[in-house]
Structure formats: C-alpha cells, structure tokens
Design a binder for this molecule. Structure first.
Ligand SMILES: [Zn+2]
Length: 357
C-alpha cells in the first residue's frame, strides 16, 4: 500500500503528461538501420495512451495475440490493475538493438523527485517485422516463457519454469478449492492459463519488467488476474487460490469496490489467510486508537489494511446471510454506501466492522 501511495503521488504530479515522445539515452545510436523505424513505432504506441485509456491493440500486436488476450501487453496493467503504467512515468529509451530476428527496446520510466529521480520501472519490449512488412510487438510471454513447461490439471493449465518440479498435490488442493467455489456460486468450470514462478521478480520479468518499484526485498507471494482466463502468480506454487477467485468472480461484479475483499475472504492475502491478518490488524488498532477506516493505508509490508478491511466486510456479510448476503453486498458500487448500509455509522469505525470472531 505504501507503494500505491507513492504511485498515486507520481500520478498526481504527472497525470496526462507522462506519455508522448520518449527521451533517448545519450550516447546510444538511434539513427542507423531500422532503429529509427522501430523508434517511431514505439513512440506512436506510447502516444496512444496520452488521450485514451487504451489503444487499439490490433494496430500494434498480431491478430493471434489480440484474439488470445484482451490486453496483449502485460506491462500496461502490471503495476496498477486499472491505471496504465505508461501514464505513470516519463520514458527514456536506454537502447534499441537487434536480437534474434527482433528488436529489443529497453526503456526506463521514472519521475523527477526533489533531489533525485524516482524510478518507476525498466521495461523490455520486443518488436518484429511481419510477413506483410508491418511492425508488431511480440507478446512478452512468447519471449520470456519460451522455455516454460506446461501441465493441465482439470480446467487449469499451468505454465512454469523448466527447473521447477511440478507439485501435483498442491494442484489438487487448488482444484478442490475451485470445485467448492463453483458449487457455492453455481458456476461452471472454465479454462484458466496459470503462469507461476518462485519469486515476484521472476514473475515481473515474465510480464516484461526488468525492474518494477513494487519488487520487494522480501519474497512475498504476489499475483494478478489479468483476465478471467489468465493469471500470474509467484510464491505459492500450484495453489494460488486468491487469483483464481478473481478469475471466477470479478466479472460478475465489475463495478464493486469489494472484488479484492472476496478474493481475500476465500484465498487470503500474500500467503496468509484472512483470520491471520485480522488478528494483526486488530492488534495494530488496539495500539493505535482513533484511526478511521479510510485513513489507514499502511501498517507494514505483510498486511494491507484496506484489503483486509474489505475481506472482513465480506466475511461479515457471508456469516450473516451466506452467498445471498455476499451477492447483495457486491451490488454496491462505492465503499461509502457499503459502510453506511452495513454498519450504520459515518465515518465507519473499526469496532463495528470487527464483528468477525
Ligand atoms: Zn487480489
């Protein structure tokens, strides 16, 4: 959450002005051969984010990638699930070089800070000439997961580094949880591509980040559901239920601010279940009285208080009225209404929300 605060201040400073012509890092040669053409293509792509939320990906990615992935660029929502990475920082291209029949573009995204430069991320893009001589990006999985192994268990196809030995026991545990979720919500199984690595850093590399500001010095489980049928996760091997819950339930409630709460209720957060975080949060609040629900955004890098708050609200609704209660709760579109309706208090205080035992 501390990271999110940093990101949000960067956005507040540079909103709408980050994207555009990328700076070129001295003293690289950007003049020779096809480099100028690749540079123009890349700048044109970044420019698309200037005035629109997302570009027409068909102009920049192959037809196959656009058919397979809703967003074929896994960097766009790699830092924030709803705000494009390219709007968050000023780009400087470090180099463009020919590599394996492609062009490799390495770019630094950052923002000026008071006495230094705040680094957002360093990205790797790959561009290739197509048969019709047009340029298109090569999606990062084709490059970075080329040596990955795959294994399908029920409706989940796992993709994992070749050095990993597949743990069928953990995969079976995940499938057991998934079957229970489907039964509770009366949902049919659907296919999910599940990419996983041991560390978050490896996972970021897979998506196209050479560096990203939320890579921690501790290796905590991290994940993201890119769509209903594609998830990325690290640190929990074959059993990262939290992201699978997102893949099943997010699209049922697109406007709910509690999608994270549902995933935390079923799948915990950063490797620990909701009750573990609940106890930590309760202890913290007992030691720091008077904090309102909307001002507490950071405790430490183990427990995200806002995610846990949302998980507790979902748990309370489930305890009271089961799945029907959760469905009703997920129909709200803002937290203010949720807190007012469920807890009859404004601002909502933690004591009323902490009914779960
Ligand atoms: Zn989540």
């Amino acid at each position: 959450m501390k990271i999110l605060v940093t990101i949000l201040s960067a956005i507040a400073l540079y909103n709408g002005t980050c994207v555009g012509q990328a700076a070129l890092n001295f003293p690289q040669d950007f003049e020779s051969g096809d480099i100028q053409v690749v540079l123009k293509f890349f700048n044109s792509y970044l420019n698309e984010f200037k005035d629109t939320a997302q570009p027409d990906y068909k102009r920049y990615f192959t037809k196959q990638d656009c058919e397979k992935y809703k967003v074929p660029d896994f960097i766009v929502f790699g830092i924030n699930a709803t705000y494009p990475t390219y709007k968050m920082g000023k780009p400087t291209i470090l180099y463009i070089r020919p590599e394996n029949n492609m062009y490799h573009i390495k770019t630094f995204f950052g923002n000026p800070a008071t006495n230094n430069i705040s680094v957002l991320c360093v990205t790797d893009h790959y561009v290739k000439y197509q048969n019709d001589s047009s340029l298109r990006f090569v999606n990062s999985l084709d490059v970075n997961a080329a040596t990955f192994k795959t294994q399908t268990v029920s409706n989940i196809t796992y993709h994992y580094p070749a050095a990993h030995s597949f743990n069928i026991g953990r995969a079976d545990d995940l499938i057991t949880s998934v079957r229970k979720l489907e039964a509770q919500w009366k949902l049919p199984p659907h296919h999910i591509d599940y990419y996983f690595t041991d560390t978050d850093e490896e996972l970021k590399k897979l998506r196209g980040f050479d560096y990203c500001l939320d890579i921690s010095n501790k290796n905590k489980p991290m994940g993201i559901a890119a769509s209903d049928s594609l998830i990325f996760c690290s640190g929990l091997g074959e059993d990262y239920f939290h992201e699978v819950v997102h893949a099943y339930l997010n699209s049922l409630f697109p406007n709910s601010p509690l999608k994270e709460g549902l995933a935390v209720l079923y799948g915990g957060s950063m490797g620990h279940d909701l009750y573990w975080h609940y106890v930590r949060l309760r202890t913290y609040l007992a030691q720091h009285p008077g904090i309102s629900t909307d001002t507490l955004s950071y405790i430490d890098d183990e427990t995200n208080p806002q995610s846990i708050l949302k998980g507790i609200i979902c748990a309370n609704a489930f305890k009271k009225e089961g799945i029907a209660g959760l469905k009703k709760l997920m129909g709200y579109t803002n937290m203010e209404d949720i807190l007012k309706s469920g807890y009859k208090t404004e601002p909502a205080d933690w004591a009323r929300i902490f009914q779960m035992e």
